[in-house]
Design a protein around this ligand. Structure first.
Ligand SMILES: *Cc1c(COP(=O)(O)O)cnc(C)c1O
Length: 369
């Protein structure tokens, strides 16, 4: 008789519900036998990659046989120039998900509590569960983080707080004054992770949106994480970074795998950081698309959660899975958010004008609007 292999895993891993990614285009193509599929399910940049990034990758092909620069010197230098930090404050990650997991492993264990908001990014409960720590989920207010309640949820066992700003899947954000009040209330022995995966989309359009990097000098317990997956258009390459106090970066870099970011990712990310034109176009495409989608929702009388990200979550007014399936049948992939306890909502990423139009047309048909 074989032993029960499942029971060999740690308690945390046994209770883990793996991350559910958006449905891949190829999978739906196979299922439906059609090709003109629109994927608005994973908050990807609809523009395609920057030509500067593509060029950098081409130049790097010959280095395929070599290990990447484990120190990521070129990319770190470019980040430091752009964001005015020191090189010993940077930790590179295989996507920023990698960093969220590294941070959890560095600072928390089975005895710890980790605080985050209801409806916050699904990876926070996941990494908490995987290390066997206790998740403390604080009820949201108007779909957003309640920072006052989150500060009150901190106790002697709390090691980490995750804040997504803006948050995925709700698109809400915390203001600079609320964030500062929160950071002032948090004991310095508690690490605060400010996940700014979508911050590039804001670009000065909301005066009260905080710039996490500018707060690092005042709050040594603050870690800012960012990614090249969204506005910078490099989701497939898996590259993100954390900016923090140098002592924190030193700890993160001890746990990080030595070659967690590959040469193509390092080269492409360095190149795209110099491509302000691409970033501007990403922002503009996003703003225009957001406008198109929200006007469409308003025309149809569909409720949505106002978002500053590159996605918007809307209320289907019924069991959302049926709507999701009907949209799939029309070749439009969006994202269910039932795993967040939002059973009537769906999240749609902002696409190109024609993709947004396809989505709106399909939605109108499905909802009979
Ligand atoms: C997309 C996303 C990330 C980043 O993912 P990576 O591709 O791993 O960099 C991080 N946080 C939030 C809230 C996200 O939505």
């Amino acid at each position: 008789m074989g032993c029960d292999l499942f029971s060999l895993a740690t308690e945390g891993v046994q209770g883990l519900h793996p991350y559910q990614p958006g449905k891949p285009i190829e999978e739906l193509e196979r299922e439906l036998g059609i090709t003109n599929i629109v994927k608005l399910a994973s908050n990807e940049n609809p523009l395609g990659p920057s030509p500067k990034a593509l060029n950098a990758i081409e130049l790097a092909f010959q280095e395929l046989c070599r290990y990447p620069d484990g120190g990521g010197f070129k990319l770190k230098t470019a980040l430091c120039e752009r964001y005015n930090t020191q090189i010993d404050q940077v930790t590179l990650g295989n996507g920023s998900n990698d960093l969220l997991e590294i941070i959890a492993r560095v600072f928390a264990d089975k005895q710890s509590e980790i605080v985050f908001s209801q409806y916050a990014f699904a990876v926070y409960p996941l990494v908490t569960q995987s290390i066997g720590a206790k998740a403390v989920e604080v009820p949201a207010v108007d779909w957003g983080h309640d920072l006052v309640a989150m500060a009150e949820a901190i106790n002697d066992r709390t090691k980490l707080v995750f804040i997504a700003n803006p948050n995925n899947p709700t698109g809400t954000y915390v203001s600079k004054s609320d964030l500062i009040r929160f950071l002032d209330a948090v004991p310095q022995r508690v690490i605060v992770v400010l996940d700014e995966a979508y911050c590039e989309y804001i670009g000065g359009s909301h005066q009260d949106f905080p710039d996490g990097v500018s707060l690092l000098t005042s709050y040594p317990n603050l870690i800012v994480t960012r990614t090249f997956s969204k506005a910078w258009g490099l989701a497939s390459l898996r590259v993100g970074y954390a900016l923090s106090h140098p002592d924190v970066a030193d700890l993160l870099n001890r746990v990080r795998q030595p070659f967690n970011v590959d040469t193509f990712a390092l080269e492409a990310a360095t190149a795209v950081l110099a491509d302000d034109e691409y970033l501007e176009l990403s922002r503009k495409t996003n703003l225009d698309g957001m406008q198109a989608l929200t006007s469409g929702f308003e025309r149809m009388g569909v409720d949505y959660i106002p978002s500053v990200g590159n996605f918007v979550t809307f209320d289907t007014g019924r069991d959302a899975i049926a709507v999701y399936q009907s949209l799939l049948a029309q070749g439009v992939i969006v994202r269910p958010v039932a795993n967040y306890g939002m059973t009537q909502h769906l999240r749609v990423s902002i696409g190109l004008p024609e993709e947004n139009a396809r989505f709106l047309k399909a939605l109108a048909e499905v909802l009979g609007k």
